[in-house]
Design a protein around this ligand. Structure first.
Ligand code: 13P
Length: 345
């Protein structure tokens, strides 16, 4: 809050620029393999690279996308013309980011749960990623809801690791995105999603305080509060917006530089509608924007199908989703805007 903003605050604010959000393109090679499999494309490095190039070179996307989260393989790759991906982004005014966790692994003594790994050697890896152009990072802790879980043990180890990661990032002048994802898969009610999300965030912020993480220099990537996909229950857009906001107001400090929601397997239009409904209830203590993976990439993936001839259509589909989400970040999304694309197609 002082007069002199740090490099970390500047970068956090730049990511949260009005009407902009994050493209999460940091799928591990195995997760990307599942996405490519879904469109009948082989999980080869060149196919992963081509799809990412298509996204990163979409003209105009920089009006709505302030940052892109990359994977270790991707941050070292280049466009077909030889331009390294991080440089390509910087030239467009987009900030490169990097996923630095090494995945959610079975938790000893509680095999239904996971703990996210990647702390060993993290300081040195962050130094290298900074050299490669990364100015923000992501670490995703995973909390699953089912009978008897999450346990306090799982909640604790994931919160502790998230805070250790965030402190190391700030030390290396990289803005940490702290992502404690309470999964939307499961049979739970919206009330239970609320209770577990609130409790998880409460513990994450407790650890962040204990480990001296600076809130103005970090972003939070939360899940929205929704009934589990297998609950047989549906919540309205208004209910999801209200319960999610209630949860954030309860436990997220106002100093946090911004909230960038994950989509978590919601349909792309619903993810946009939920963000719009939350912003329509503003102003809030924080800017609310998006850090969507599937909800930004599903339409271009589907349009592309690995064919060079489909690149323009895939880019148009991605640009449209980026534009709609950018609008929702400003509370300006509407059914008319959504239909512009369908009408043009
Ligand atoms: P989804 O939006 O597909 O949930 O992905 C965002 C992300 O980065 C999860 O870690």
């Amino acid at each position: 809050m002082g007069e002199h903003r740090t490099e970390l605050e500047d970068n956090a604010q730049a990511i949260m620029a009005d009407g902009k959000g994050i493209l999460a393109a940091d799928e591990s090679n195995s997760t990307m393999g599942k996405r490519l499999d879904g469109i009948g494309v082989e999980n080869a490095e060149e196919n992963r690279r081509s799809f990412r190039e298509l996204l990163f070179k979409t003209e105009g996307a920089e009006q709505f996308i302030s940052g892109v989260i990359l994977y270790d393989e991707t941050i070292r790759q280049s466009a077909a013309d030889g331009t390294p991906f991080p440089k390509l982004m910087q030239e467009l005014g987009i900030i490169p980011g990097i996923k630095v966790d090494t995945g959610a692994k079975p938790l000893a003594g509680s095999p239904e749960e996971t703990v996210t790994e990647g702390l060993d050697g993290l300081r040195e890896r962050l130094e290298e990623y900074y050299e490669l152009g990364a100015r923000f990072a992501k670490w995703r802790g995973v909390i699953k809801i089912a009978d008897g879980i999450p346990t306090p043990y799982c909640r604790h180890v994931n919160a502790h690791a998230l805070a250790r990661y965030a402190a190391l990032c700030q030390e290396q002048s990289i803005v940490p995105i702290v992502e404690p994802e309470v999964l939307m898969d499961g049979e739970h009610s919206i009330d239970r999603a609320f209770e577990i999300t609130r409790d998880t965030l409460h513990h994450v912020f407790g650890e962040l305080i204990k480990q001296d993480v600076v809130f103005d220099e970090m972003l939070l990537k939360p899940n929205m509060v929704m009934p589990g996909y297998d609950s047989g229950q549906e919540a309205s857009v208004d209910e999801v917006a209200e319960r999610t906001l209630e949860c954030m107001y309860d436990v997220v400090p106002a100093a946090v530089a911004g909230l960038v929601f994950l989509s978590g397997g919601q349909s792309d239009e619903l993810a946009t509608e939920h963000l719009q409904a939350m912003n329509a209830r503003g102003p809030h203590p924080w800017k609310l924007s998006f850090s969507y993976g599937r909800a930004l990439q599903a339409p271009p993936l589907d349009a592309w199908r690995g064919e060079e001839g489909n690149v323009a259509a895939a880019q148009a589909a991605y640009l449209h989703r980026a534009k709609c989400n950018g609008a929702a970040a400003r509370s300006e999304y509407s059914a008319e805007l959504e239909q512009e694309f369908t009408a043009a197609a």
